[in-house]
Design a protein around this ligand. Structure first.
Ligand SMILES: [Zn+2]
Length: 317
């Protein structure tokens, strides 16, 4: 397995990419064999993926290196009845169930113990639930305490990918403890034409893993389990997987100049709608986070008052 690390020491072109973690922090200290040179070696990873197949497309060849894997699927992968019928399913529910089963079958081949969490948002609707998703993810991050979170980059590819990235970053910022956010590749339209399996350039540490023949074979077998997504999957390269530490995004700034993928395709998302939804999510998060902090401090204050009263009562007797 060949590992290439690029730290991009050159000038920061994007202006908003300030990594807070180094990929070296995920790397094991002992790198005596090829397996140990993988940044995921022995690491407990929580993947937060928008759709069933995103995780395998982005990182399926690397999962065998993990110490443990949890996959959180934000959507159920089924947008509406029309799309479900076009895929050969009578109902949206049947399509969603098939996508869940496909993911389970694929991950059973990943050579790592995997736990699943399905959040069940309707496909293409994640951006409408970003604040709620952030709170649910925050709870999951706190409960499972993974060593690293692996998720989408903010690239204007699919609205659910961007919404997932927003929710992960918001959730991580509400945690008491820092957990590194690592990104996997998806697709984008930054060059004016769709690019699959490669990031939009940002000035952050990047690692590219050239998959061994064994890892490629395993990933191919996993991808074949996503029968309903055959057409979409065929666009992605199989040779390598790239990961990078997530930049600190400004989710109110277009991820690139020119047309975004979801402006080009028939998704019911536009940049102005995205901006409105981000502003709404931030307002809700600020309100709810403040409310929670206030409730917690009130609880602490009441507990102290009760303890003081009990102490005074004991000493009056
Ligand atoms: Zn996706």
């Amino acid at each position: 397995m060949q590992v290439t690390i690029s730290t991009h020491e050159s000038a920061n072109r994007s202006g908003d990419a300030t990594p807070i973690w180094s990929l070296d922090e995920l790397m094991p200290r002992e790198r005596s064999d090829a397996k140990a040179s993988h940044p995921f070696s022995g690491v407990r990873i929580m993947v937060v993926a928008a759709h069933q197949d995103d995780e395998t497309l982005g990182a399926g060849g690397s999962f065998a290196e993990c110490g443990h894997l949890t996959i959180v699927y934000v959507t159920d992968g089924a947008p509406d009845r029309r799309m479900s019928r076009a895929k050969g399913f009578a109902t949206r529910t049947a399509y969603a169930r098939a996508r869940m089963e496909e993911a389970k079958r694929a991950l059973s081949l990943a050579s790592v113990e995997t736990r699943f969490v399905f959040l069940g948002v309707r496909d293409q609707r994640a951006a409408f639930h970003m604040a709620k998703l952030a709170f649910r993810l925050r709870k999951l991050f706190a409960e499972f305490a993974p060593d690293a979170i692996l998720t989408h980059a903010f690239e204007g590819g699919h609205p659910d990918h961007d919404a997932t990235a927003f929710a992960v970053h918001a959730a991580a910022r509400m945690l008491d403890k820092d957990i590194p956010i690592v990104e996997m590749t998806g697709y984008h339209n930054a060059n004016g034409t769709p690019v699959y399996g490669w990031f939009i350039w940002r000035d952050v540490p990047l690692v590219t893993i050239l998959l061994s023949a064994e890892a490629r074979t395993r990933k191919k077998a996993m991808l074949e389990m996503f029968v309903s997504q055959k057409g979409e999957i065929s666009c992605f390269p199989l040779e390598a997987e790239s990961f990078r530490i997530a930049p600190r995004y400004n989710f109110g700034k277009r991820p690139h100049d020119g047309q975004l993928c979801y402006e080009r395709n028939s998704f019911s998302m536009t940049w102005s709608l995205w901006l409105r939804l981000v502003r709404r999510a931030i307002r809700s998060l600020e309100r709810l986070h403040l409310l929670r902090r206030t409730v917690r401090s009130l609880e602490r204050a009441s507990a102290k008052l009760i303890a003081d009263a009990a102490f005074a009562a004991r000493h009056r007797r």
